[in-house]
Design a protein around this ligand. Structure first.
Ligand code: C2E
Ligand code: CA
Ligand code: CA
Ligand code: CA
Length: 279
């Protein structure tokens, strides 16, 4: 009983710490942009036929001197709630196009970089003008830039998603449907949306390993459909060589995951352009 009592104290302390952390996060998320606490990391995406890294995904990081490292899923929803995702989202785009321009000057150019956009950003009337502006200011070729919108966002706002994607296509930037297979969309969304790439969610790989054959057949089906519709497939969350060789057999175009590389600072990410991979 005594132990149980202690445990209750321990848990309530833990909960209090957690609430305190949430409060700190909410209070500091506003100043983090001004204080330069955000930075961008780049996760490599490997193209199986080309045998090299042909794109990167830009992912935001927050390193607070007060709270420590905060995962994007712990603060992006907060940024969305109070519309801070608009200025922060613009900052992300500026950072990424700036990095691409810098890499161009270093003669590194055979790849593109994907930026995640949230629903609030996509719905904002300034979204397309902002994209135009950052492209013009940076002077990079639009094809170097890609935007990822998640399947769930696209499904909930199908007309708006179509409109935004069409505008992006017109600007010449690439588009991807992210986290495919996590929502409750039907496959017909693939023919409705003007997208270049489909990123298939990591959960497919996990299920294939834990549940076996039937999940593998479904994954193969999804890869075939996407490819036959003329889009590129990107498999997320590839962590082992075994998973990579399955993806090769299944005919995926690209893989992303810890096996290829973790999200990393730009300097390290660009070095992968010259790397020879053993796959
Ligand atoms: P996402 O768009 O699906 O991004 C991929 C996430 O999977 C990243 O987590 C990445 O670190 C993680 N990941 C990559 N490879 C592996 C792997 O092999 N195994 C496992 N277990 N995980 C892997 P991260 O950076 O924590 O981002 C989480 C989510 O937060 C992203 O999911 C995205 O929805 C959102 N996010 C991150 N950066 C941004 C951003 O700049 N803007 C917006 N709007 N959302 C962002
Ligand atoms: Ca993404
Ligand atoms: Ca994803
Ligand atoms: Ca995912």
């Amino acid at each position: 009983k005594k132990l149980g009592g202690n445990r209750a104290i321990f848990f309530s302390q833990e909960l209090a710490n957690q609430n305190e952390r949430h409060r700190l996060i909410a209070n500091n998320v506003v100043h983090a942009l001004k204080n330069n606490e955000y930075y961008i990391v780049y996760q490599p995406i490997y193209e199986l036929d080309a045998k090299r890294v042909t794109s990167y995904e830009a992912l935001i990081r927050w390193e607070s001197p007060l709270i420590g490292t905060i995962a994007p899923l712990d603060f992006i929803p907060l940024l969305e709630q109070n519309d801070l995702i608009i200025p922060v989202g613009k900052w992300i785009m500026q950072e990424v196009v700036g990095q691409i321009a810098e890499w161009d000057r270093q003669g590194k150019s055979g790849f593109h970089v994907a930026v995640n956009i949230s629903v609030k950003q996509m719905m904002h009337p300034d979204f397309i003008p902002t994209v135009k502006e950052v492209l013009t200011v940076s002077g990079i070729q639009p094809q170097r830039l890609m935007f990822e919108i998640t399947e769930s966002v696209a499904v909930q706002n199908i007309e708006l998603a179509k409109f935004a994607l069409r505008e992006l296509n017109e600007l010449g930037v690439q588009t991807a449907l992210d986290d495919f297979g996590t929502g409750y969309s039907s496959l017909s969304i693939l023919k409705e949306l003007p997208i270049d790439h489909v990123k298939i969610d990591r959960s497919f790989i996990v299920r294939m390993e834990t549940e076996g054959d039937k999940s593998g057949i479904i994954l193969q089906g999804v890869l075939d459909i996407v490819r036959n519709l003329g889009m590129t497939t990107v498999m997320e969350g590839v962590e082992t060589e075994a998973q990579l060789s399955v993806m090769k057999e299944m005919g995926a175009h690209k893989v992303q995951g810890y096996l290829i590389g973790r999200p990393m600072i730009g300097k390290l990410a660009i070095d992968l352009q010259d790397e020879e991979f053993p796959f």
